[in-house]
Design a binder for this molecule. Structure first.
Ligand code: SF4
Ligand code: SF4
Length: 177
């Protein structure tokens, strides 16, 4: 099977340093507004910070893949005596919550690492507490498997939202870069 090189981009999260200021949500929503920086709306951000002052919980989570189905089993986590809600660590845009969905259209949002921004991910740049650390590495993957993964994701989106809405969203995104 043909191999190809895939660039893996990650953001490491040191939640212990987070103070819940939510600057990351503000810059993310501003960068992705249309036109750029025309609006600030944390509900449209691709990073969400769970804030629970009484429990001293501050947890940034990035928007990941869209999933058309709710999961069956959910887990509670207790870390250092702090209890996190069932969906706190989940990155999926799924039917069970409004998180990681564009407020106007309802279309799922996914962190794109601020594609097109010359200085890289803006949430990393603007987090003054060094909670977020950007990392890059290369991995060799099977070309066919990579294409299959992309097709499965696209099919699920088209089934749920219809081809017209997906085309409109893609055309809007392509004008941003
Ligand atoms: S900008 Fe940094 S410190 Fe502020 S909420 Fe986001 S991750 Fe936490
Ligand atoms: S890397 Fe960019 S798109 Fe992803 S959460 Fe941070 S600001 Fe938003």
């Amino acid at each position: 099977m043909a191999k190809t090189t895939k660039k893996i981009k990650t953001i490491k999260v040191n939640a212990d340093k987070c103070n819940g200021c939510r600057t990351c949500e503000i810059v993310c929503s501003g960068f992705h507004s249309e036109p750029k920086y025309s609006a600030i709306n944390p509900a449209a951000s691709r990073i969400h910070v769970t804030t629970h002052r009484l429990k001293n919980i501050w947890l940034p989570v990035f928007a990941g893949e869209y999933t058309p189905a709710e999961c069956n089993g959910r887990d509670k986590y207790i870390i250092d005596g702090k209890e996190y809600d069932e969906c706190s660590f989940c990155r999926a845009a799924c039917p069970s919550r409004d998180l990681f969905k564009e407020p106007d259209s309802g279309l799922p949002l996914k962190c794109d690492m601020c594609e097109g921004n010359e200085t890289g991910p803006l949430c990393v740049e603007w987090c003054l507490n060094d909670v977020l650390v950007y990392e890059e590495r290369e991995e060799e993957v099977d070309e066919e498997i990579m294409m299959n993964e992309m097709e499965v994701g696209l099919d699920a989106l088209i089934t749920k939202y219809g081809l017209d809405r997906i085309e409109t969203a893609v055309s809007r995104m392509s004008k941003r870069s």
